[in-house]
Design a protein around this ligand. Structure first.
Ligand code: AMP
Length: 628
């Protein structure tokens, strides 16, 4: 039987490569666009959501059209973010692995430019770039685009949203007039239309699905709650979906931190992703999410651009986006590659008008859903646990030796009794938590709006503020610091109050009752070969400067002890208060691994926040400057 990609005109080398990737049949966008693009003489506009297989839709035809005997750049792919740039590069490398002499380079900010220049000098046919760094390299006259035959503008709407219009103009002006331009965009606002008009000659237009319609695999739901109940509603949604793997969108960096911190404290496996994290920190967070070592990624719109993680089950709009168009991008993070997904909006009654606006834009109706009751959640969790126990893979070799003792322990109990007790393990925690759970649903005409922080806003009363000589220069996120303190201090995340992550040090609050044991447990704890120090701050310390110059990091203090006090394992130890710790989903991992490479190699005396500019997308400050 002829391979369906061969039928579309793709050569054997490439067909074999995509077979190795598990692509059996072309996705609809590939089916439609590959034959058109293979002709090589058309401009092209593809209106397609992310996750539909569009990289292969343009990548496979490009590989057929490029002359790999020449080592000159013949195709330039521009995309909005570093993440997407790396993803496209890796995809194209995979597609072209059987083509000898094929060279692809990724050009993006926030990484060593010399290495990129070297790769370009060595000869490449395909350049995948973010606009800022590309322009930088063009400015150095380090690349020759006179042989470029194809330019791909991927996620064109995003690039314009991010203020790259001028950069794109400048870059395109260095490419030949007779090149063909292929534009892909999830939405078609007038600015994108204008690009199509200005740069293209009667482009072939293909629309996947209905124009401006979100991915058909995504269901849209909204919940109406009082603003103060938003966080409780989020938790309830998460608890009701034990297998959730979600991106939660907030409007601001502070909100992402706030929500992530509270979720972590409440025992969830979450972390924040926003523009103020260093590139390294962001990579770490993303890697954990990609590896599914984290269940909830709390992100801002900008930081989440280019997130290309498959199998995201839910997108949760904790706050609605300011720009209604952004909703399409947010919801497009789920329902990728033919999977189904749910996009949820948690709104208050005043925001229903916005939901209607979004409905008009995406051409789809939202379902108004009711938040489950506490009882519903308990029931759902109970059966999730039962299911998990039923399906757990038993390591016969390892468990064997303990079976006699375990049998002994249960000798007096009937099978029914044992089952009841195992089931109760997790169930009790939920019962306890939800025993007096209120109905969080608010009616559309309930205008009660008493501020969002109600349930979460925990005052510092009852807490002691502590100094610790670790901070963001050690590659700690707030989540990392929380795990570190909980693991080493042997306390539950619930006992930790506000965390104030600084550069070389940080502050955090601990419930008064736990302060002494925390100090005891921290005796002798080290991080990267240096002693970790915790001190009480003076009363009235506003969280600003540490007395004594913030130094005393104790580099090299003391010999290295193996194991590092459990930090390396990154396990989130919930203690009895950690509702989710026994479910396996509560594992908090991965991120800390990155710390092992020598804590102060980045140490520059400035806090990480000082470096590289805030809100960077590509990491390079030069990119930032060009944003309009
Ligand atoms: P993209 O829209 O290019 O980001 O692709 C989304 C996901 O779908 C990626 O993980 C691709 O590897 C995957 N994918 C793309 N084309 C196919 C295909 N024909 N069959 C199966 N998976 C695919």
């Amino acid at each position: 039987m002829i391979n369906p990609f061969s039928k579309l005109g793709i050569s054997d080398d490439v067909v074999n490569a995509v077979k190795d990737l598990g692509f059996e049949n072309p996705t609809p966008i590939q089916e439609q666009s590959i034959p058109v693009l293979l002709e090589g003489n058309n401009d092209f506009v593809g209106l397609a959501q992310t996750g539909t297989g569009k990289t292969a839709a343009f990548g496979l035809p490009l590989l057929e059209l490029i002359d790999f005997k020449s080592n000159k750049p013949q195709a330039l792919i521009l995309c909005p973010t570093r993440e997407l740039c790396l993803q496209i590069t890796s995809d194209i490398k995979n597609f072209s692995k059987n083509i000898s002499g094929a060279n692809v380079v990724a050009v993006y900010g926030g990484a060593n430019i010399m290495q990129q220049l070297r790769e370009i000098r060595n000869g490449v046919q395909i350049v995948v770039a973010t606009p800022g760094r590309m322009l930088d390299i063009i400015g150095r006259k380090a690349i020759d685009f006179t042989n470029v035959k194809y330019v791909v503008l991927d996620e064109a709407d995003e690039m314009l949203n991010m203020g790259f219009q001028e950069d794109i103009n400048d870059i395109l002006s260095t490419t030949p007039d007779d090149k063909k331009t292929w534009l892909f965009s999830a939405t078609m606002p007038p600015e994108v239309r204008r690009i199509a008009k200005n740069y293209m000659d009667s482009p072939v237009e293909l629309t996947m699905g209905t124009k401006n319609t979100g991915n058909v695999n995504i269901e849209h739901e909204y919940y109406i709650v009082r603003a103060r109940d938003k966080y409780a509603a989020l938790k309830r949604i998460v608890d009701f979906n034990p297998e959730i793997f979600a991106v939660v969108f907030c409007k601001t960096k502070l909100d992402t931190q706030d929500v992530a911190e509270h979720l972590i404290k409440d025992g969830y496996n979450a972390d924040a992703l926003h523009g103020d994290l260093s590139q390294q920190q962001r990579d770490k967070v993303m890697q954990r999410f990609r590896d599914r070592n984290m269940q909830l990624l709390i992100a801002t719109d900008v930081a989440a651009r280019g997130i290309d993680v498959n199998n995201v089950t839910h997108v949760i709009n904790y706050s609605l986006p300011d720009e209604i168009e952004s909703y399409t991008h947010r919801s497009g993070r789920t329902g990728r590659a033919g999977k189904t997904g749910i996009s949820i909006c948690i709104v208050n009654s005043k925001e229903i008008g916005k939901i209607r606006q979004i409905e008009r834009i995406i051409g789809k109706q939202f379902t108004k859903a009711d938040l489950p009751t506490g009882f519903d959640v308990c029931e759902k969790q109970l059966f999730a646990l039962v299911h998990k126990v039923h399906n757990v893979e038993v390591n016969e070799a390892q468990i064997e030796q303990y079976i006699p003792r375990i049998m002994d322990e249960f000798a007096e109990l009937s099978k029914e009794e044992v089952i009841k007790r195992f089931s109760s393990l997790e169930f009790n925690r939920f019962l306890e938590y939800y025993k007096n759970a209120p109905d969080l649903n608010s009616s559309a005409d309930d205008r009660g709006d008493r501020g969002e922080r109600g349930e979460r806003g925990r005052s510092s009363e009852g807490y002691t503020r502590l100094f610790i000589n670790l901070g963001s220069v050690d590659d700690f996120t707030r989540g990392d610091l929380l795990s570190f303190v909980c693991n080493n201090g042997k306390i539950s995340g619930k006992s930790i109050g506000k965390i104030d992550l600084k550069g070389v040090y940080s502050f955090f609050e601990v419930e008064n009752a736990n302060v002494d044991s925390l100090f005891n447990n921290f005796k002798g704890v080290e991080f990267n070969n240096r002693g970790v120090r915790i001190e009480k701050t003076a009363d009235g310390d506003g969280g600003g400067e540490r007395r004594g110059g913030g130094g005393g990091r104790g580099f090299g203090g003391g010999e290295r002890r193996s194991g590092g006090g459990g930090y390396g394992s990154g396990r989130r130890e919930g203690g009895s208060g950690d509702r989710r710790s026994s479910g396996g989903s509560g594992r908090r991992e991965g991120g800390s691994g990155g710390n092992s490479g020598g804590g102060f190699k980045d140490f520059s005396g400035r806090s990480r926040e000082d470096r590289g500019g805030s809100g960077r997308r590509e990491g390079g400050s030069s990119d930032r400057k060009r944003r309009s």
